[in-house]
Design a protein around this ligand. Structure first.
Ligand code: ADP
Length: 516
């Protein structure tokens, strides 16, 4: 009885509203949204055409029914809480799950507005619902497609993602991250699960990185190995950055520190890179052997000097001793020369063995001027026998570079031999090689080898450093390409230019080490 009185009151109120806002009320039937009015207890008092269409219940069937029973509403929060909110604020918005008359479920975006009487007393609730089922389905489908694309892309690129809340220790892993670390997706990830996979030799590096990251909130960019349970080794490249400031909008010590990052399985690239390095080293070695082959006559000649001197001084020594009264002082002097000659020969052989050996490069601090002089010793006879004059213009201040000595020798020897070969046909001017070392204003050590040869054919200029490019009948075309690999591998650059008059100059730079 009370309810029907109440409904009558509400309807009257609505009719009053209708008279006052005639056009607006007409609109209520035009809109596709479901618009209805119900008492605070949920009894439906007004039911527009949109409601009939959306729910399948006619106006006569719906009016007087309890809305939540009729539509079997599922609320996103307890109903009492929502009611309290509406009474306090006059509004509520949220998503509801309803059932149509034919039993099909629908989602609606629902807006509630408290209707008040003349004296401000709450009369009922105006509810406007718009169907979001399709949108939700499309969103869900899109989300699923996006998730599938995302997972597929991560799997294809072997890149997993992760989130790490340093404050709460919570860690999130994408499916691919689980795959890279070799865990089931049911595992709750933790720093311990990461450490369990880190290769024993990289544990110190990873531990210190994690500690530094957590305390300094800095970017992370490391590469390390994993030792998987089946004994295989993976290399991963891990990058992460802190999110704290993005969330807080300002640096705030109290805000939790979170990191978002990516972990890439770079095992294949690392192996390919190692194989490339290996074959480059092979090639460089082969090229060194070929240079030694070219220098064989020189080397033999150079060795002959100390060997002949050895024999001579040995003879002299014996003669001083063979006397009726042996001259010990002269004999000792001859022996000292024997020792010095033997040492010279030994040094030469060591140098050649160094060039001929096949070993992995070892970087060390090298006195650049000394390496230049040693390179010259290797090609000394070659230059002498082809009437090439060498001018040395070395940096007065000692220059130190970090490089592998054999590699550096190889570069300088290559450039000198190329210069010598470019002058082989020169008869109308002095055959001259000028070797310079300098430190430039940006702290780079520079070495240049200038010749007075035929110069570079401009048509070939772009290709000189390419592997297998040669203009020589017996050339391999590897010298300059190996020089470039070595120089760039040590953080430098190599280039060339024609001289203003005759010949060409090849130069390379390497970072110079500071002397403290
Ligand atoms: P190769 O000496 O076996 O030809 P390189 O890679 O050392 O291989 O040199 C490639 C080419 O660059 C040479 O064939 C030559 O044409 C050119 N070149 C190198 N050095 C000089 C130079 N000092 N002057 C003129 N041309 C040069």
């Amino acid at each position: 009885m009370f309810a029907s009185l109440f409904v009558t009151g509400l309807v009257r109120h609505l009719r009053d509203l209708a008279t006052a806002h005639h056009e607006q009320t007409g609109l209520l039937d035009l809109t596709h949204d479901a618009v209805f009015v119900r008492s605070l207890d949920g009894v439906i008092a007004y039911w527009n055409r949109g409601s009939e269409k959306l729910y399948g219940w006619g106006r006569d069937e719906a009016v007087g029914k309890i809305e939540h029973e009729l539509l079997r509403t599922q609320f996103p929060a307890p109903l009492d809480e929502i009611r309290r909110l509406v009474l306090a604020t006059g509004h509520w918005e949220g998503e509801l799950h309803h059932m149509r008359r034919d039993g099909t479920p629908i989602f609606v975006a629902s807006r509630w507005s408290l209707q008040k009487g003349r004296y401000g007393e709450p009369l009922g609730i105006l509810e406007i619902n718009s169907d979001t089922t399709e949108r939700k389905r499309a969103e869900e489908a899109l989300r699923r497609i996006q998730a599938a694309y995302f997972a597929e892309a991560q799997s294809l690129s072997m890149t997993g993602s992760f989130g790490w809340n340093v404050t709460s220790s919570d860690i999130f892993w994408s499916e691919e991250t689980y795959h890279i670390f070799g865990y089931e997706v049911t595992l709750k990830p933790s720093i311990a699960s990461v450490m369990e996979r880190v290769h024993p030799d990289d544990v110190a590096l990873v531990t210190s990185t994690i500690e530094r990251t957590a305390t300094q909130k800095s970017d992370v960019d490391i590469e390390h190995r994993l030792l998987m349970p089946d004994g295989t080794i993976k290399t991963v490249h891990l990058r992460a950055r802190p999110l704290t400031e993005w969330i807080a909008g300002k640096p705030d010590e109290t805000v939790s520190t979170q990191f978002v990052g990516a972990v890439m399985d770079v095992t294949a690239q690392t192996k390919a890179y190692a194989a490339l390095q290996e074959s480059q080293a092979e090639l460089a070695h082969a090229a060194r052997l070929s240079v030694l082959g070219e220098l064989a006559a020189s080397i033999a000649h150079e060795l002959n000097h100390p060997l002949a001197a050895l024999a001579m001084n040995g003879d002299a020594g014996l003669r001083w001793l063979d006397r009726a009264e042996p001259n010990i002082a002269e004999a000792s002097e001859a022996m000292r020369r024997v020792v010095a000659d033997a040492r010279r020969a030994g040094e030469m052989i060591a140098r050649i063995r160094g060039l001929a050996s096949r070993r992995s490069p070892q970087r060390a601090s090298l006195a650049l001027n000394e390496v230049i002089v040693e390179a010259l010793q290797c090609v000394h006879y070659e230059l002498q026998s082809t009437q090439i004059e060498v001018l040395l213009d070395l940096a007065p201040r000692p220059l130190t570079v970090l490089a592998d000595k054999v590699q550096l020798l190889q570069v300088i020897i290559n450039l000198i031999i190329n210069g010598a070969q470019a002058m082989a046909t020169v008869d109308d001017r002095p055959r001259q090689v000028v070797i310079r070392s300098r430190e430039n204003e940006t702290g780079q050590a520079l070495v240049s080898v200038q010749d007075s040869g035929v110069g570079i054919n401009p048509e070939h200029a772009d290709r000189l450093f390419e592997a297998f490019f040669t203009t020589k009948s017996s050339g391999m075309g590897l010298g300059l390409s190996i020089c470039r690999t070595i120089v760039e591998g040590n953080g430098g650059r190599i280039w060339m230019s024609n001289n203003s008059r005759r010949g060409a100059t090849f130069q390379f730079s390497l970072p110079a080490l500071r002397h403290s």
